[in-house]
Write a protein that binds this ligand. Structure first.
Ligand SMILES: Cc1cc2nc3c(=O)[nH]c(=O)nc-3n(C[C@H](O)[C@H](O)[C@H](O)COP(=O)(O)OP(=O)(O)OC[C@H]3O[C@@H](n4cnc5c(N)ncnc54)[C@H](O)[C@@H]3O)c2cc1C
Length: 383
């Protein structure tokens, strides 16, 4: 059993990601959070630095690399302290994998290299105004037709809370092509310029401010039938398999949010004095920090262990759901305690723990809620 999950290649990726984040993101991140968006050009810069291509085939413009290389990139991106930026810059990692794995060769070649180069933005649209957890009962409909001699799908319906929704050029959309339930769902790639496709204004959110989250509308929206991803009515299976890497990423984001909050709280507690002594001289504060460090360490180790099993090719529905719940529970608690240690200053916009606390809240909701993770775990336990 390896004592470290990381080798020299990971160290090189980490170093280059760290330099990129320090140069291109950190100096501007406060302004982007306030503006509710970051410049589109950042995708191109990250693409040119080879960071968006991590984990994707070289033949499609990627730089290969396994689960841990991607994990390292996510960890370093999170160091900028903006979950929203990481979510939108990383939305390709939920939108693109189905295209890479199950799209036709022509679709793959048209879409993937452009996204990995950062010239186009990819998003994933599953959640609907009527519900997100119950994926099998989604209502957006896609009907296959011949229009002017062209084989097309015509989509009608709406999606909501879509990350990168206001500016994604390619949206991987879950739509009903068949009967009721999970056997009637397909994935279809909708380009931004498809007739009948539009998006709403950025939604105002509790956290993830730098991420553009939006509603999407399909009104007699026409896309070529070749934009079908995988087989018709096989979309549910593709969606569930895609959730695995998304949930790992969300666990990593939660661990990093916890780590940043812990680091801030520790240095604040060492510097700040109360009753004539540093906060750390008070046992309750020391023990709070010890608990935070322990929970963080345990969560991170479990996440790494799951990542190692995924890298080895295992399918671990139960454990990855557990890892997401462990990490997000830890993150909720650690960010809460970090704000507490900061006292009134923790409530101020100028302190970084304030944002970490807000950003943490989505992590046990997005990519499948804590309750849905528990349903998956219960099912796998035979309950
Ligand atoms: C900032 C942000 C970004 C997002 N990005 C995307 C994106 O890019 N693409 C996308 O498709 N979606 C995205 N989402 C949507 C997210 O995935 C959904 O919000 C989430 O899946 C929950 O769906 P819902 O909000 O419709 O809640 P609902 O499904 O209505 O659930 C409401 C509550 O009921 C609970 N619940 C539901 N069913 C059960 C059950 N069987 N047992 C017990 N409890 C249950 C849920 O856990 C939750 O607590 C995003 C959301 C946010 C807030």
């Amino acid at each position: 059993m390896p004592l470290s999950y990381f080798d020299e290649t990971h160290a090189i990726v980490r170093e280059s990601a760290r330099r990129f984040v320090a140069r291109e993101i950190k100096p501007y991140v406060e302004d982007w959070e306030a503006a509710g968006q970051f410049p589109r050009d950042l995708y191109r810069k990250a693409g040119e630095a080879g960071l968006l291509g991590i984990g994707y085939p070289e033949s499609l413009g990627g730089s290969e690399g396994g689960v841990f290389q991607k994990l390292v990139w996510v960890e370093e991106l999170m160091r900028a302290g903006s979950g929203g930026l990481a979510a939108s810059l990383g939305s390709l990692d939920i939108g693109l994998p189905p295209v890479v794995r199950f799209g036709s060769d022509a679709l793959r070649r048209r879409v993937v290299p452009e996204v990995l180069a950062g010239r186009k933005i990819s998003a994933l649209a599953i959640t609907e105004p009527g519900g997100g957890s119950d994926v099998a009962n989604l209502r957006t409909r896609a009907v296959r037709k011949t229009i002017d001699g062209r084989d097309v799908y015509v989509l009608n319906g709406a999606k909501t809370f879509i990350t990168s929704g206001t500016r994604a050029d390619y949206v991987t959309v879950a739509a009903r092509t068949g009967g009721e339930g999970h056997r009637g769902v397909s994935l279809i790639l909708v380009p931004r310029d498809a007739p009948g496709f539009s998006s709403g204004e950025p939604l105002r959110k509790m956290g993830w401010w730098a991420s553009d989250t939006a509603e999407l509308f399909f009104d007699e929206c026409i896309v070529p039938a070749e934009n079908l991803i995988g087989a018709e009515n096989d979309g549910f299976r593709l969606i569930m398999s895609n959730f695995q890497s998304e949930r790992l990423t969300l666990a990593v984001m939660a661990n990093m949010t916890g780590e940043l909050a812990f680091d801030c709280a520790r240095s604040y507690a060492q510097d700040r004095t109360a009753f004539g002594a540093p906060l750390t001289a008070h046992q309750t504060i020391r023990h709070k920090l010890s608990d935070m460090a322990t929970q963080l360490e345990a969560s991170r180790e479990f996440t790494y262990r799951c990542a190692a099993r995924m890298e080895a090719g295992e399918t671990i529905f139960k454990e990855i759901s557990m890892a997401k719940n462990v990490a997000t529970d830890m993150c909720d608690k650690v960010t809460f305690d970090a704000v507490q240690i900061f006292g009134g200053m923790g409530y101020m916009r100028e302190s970084s723990v304030e944002r970490l606390y807000r950003d943490a809240r989505i992590l046990s909701i997005g990519g499948g809620t804590r309750e849905i993770m528990n349903e998956i775990i219960a099912k796998q336990l035979g309950l």
